[in-house]
Write a protein of this length. Structure first.
Length: 264
């Protein structure tokens, strides 16, 4: 069976929206930060796509971290999948064993990367951490990923998203978990302007939000992310308040549901 356009789009959403979110535990989780603070290396994820390959790689440089879509020239470790579908299955929490090249030679890095990959599972809908720090990480990682995924979805050319963004002037869709503190607070936004989009971290200060999703606490955000309450019910129970256009808030929520369906 060939690779569908949706398979490719799902993979690219992971490369460009989920992989960068690994930076959150690398910065905010003290154990993870110490684990990688002296680590150096490149880790490739790739999959066969006909006669070509698709992929992305992680770069660790003694406390610094970056991701890039594409194929690294000389990775230390490679996770390779025989198809894009199999890679997507693993990334969405399924059980698929890739071929691992360079793992024995770089066993220390490999074991650390396994731990980091496990942190991505915090964003899965069935992940219900009891620990306060992990709940904080789940909410922060999830909001960072979904705002970035919305922008990437538009940039990758989804027709529905392009139509929706194309008719809008300069607008900010802000997500904030209260009480918000500049250093340790959780906030992310999506900027839309005449068909173009950009995701960002923190609070956008140059313009008042067109729509502002304000979660009352981390626990309130958890209830929405875990779908313990439907969005309308969450508003009624004060888990989240929506300031601004209810019509556009509902439309954005529909796009978020589409992305969640693709990436979980």
């Amino acid at each position: 069976m060939g690779t569908s356009e949706q398979d490719i789009m799902t993979a690219r959403l992971f490369f460009r929206a989920a992989f960068p979110v690994m930076k959150v535990p690398l910065v905010d989780d003290e154990k993870m930060r110490k684990l990688f603070e002296n680590e150096k290396g490149a880790v490739q994820f790739s999959a066969d796509n006909g006669g070509a390959k698709v992929g992305a790689y992680l770069t660790f440089d003694r406390g610094r971290f970056s991701t890039a879509e594409g194929i690294s020239e000389n990775p230390d470790i490679t996770f390779h999948f025989s198809s894009v579908q199999k890679m997507n299955t693993m990334l969405t929490g399924g059980t698929v064993l890739p071929k691992i090249k360079g793992g024995l030679k770089n066993l220390r890095l490999l074991l650390k990367v396994f731990k980091l990959l496990m942190s991505l599972k915090l964003m899965m809908p069935n992940a219900r951490p009891k620990d306060a720090q992990k709940r904080y990480l789940k909410v922060k990682m999830s909001l960072y990923m979904i705002t970035t995924a919305l922008s990437v979805f538009n940039k990758l050319g989804d027709a529905r998203m392009k139509e929706w963004t194309g008719k809008q002037p300069d607008r900010i869709y802000q997500f904030t978990v209260e009480p918000y503190e500049e250093e340790k607070g959780i906030a992310a936004y999506l900027r839309v302007k005449a068909g173009k989009t950009k995701a960002g971290r923190g609070v956008y200060r140059r313009r008042r939000p067109f729509v502002h999703f304000r979660f009352n606490t981390v626990d309130g955000a958890m209830k929405v992310l875990l779908k313990e309450v439907e969005f309308v019910e969450a508003v009624g129970k004060n888990c989240v308040a929506v300031d601004g256009s209810p019509e556009y808030a509902a439309q954005l929520n529909d796009f978020m549901a589409v992305l969640q369906g693709m990436m979980t």
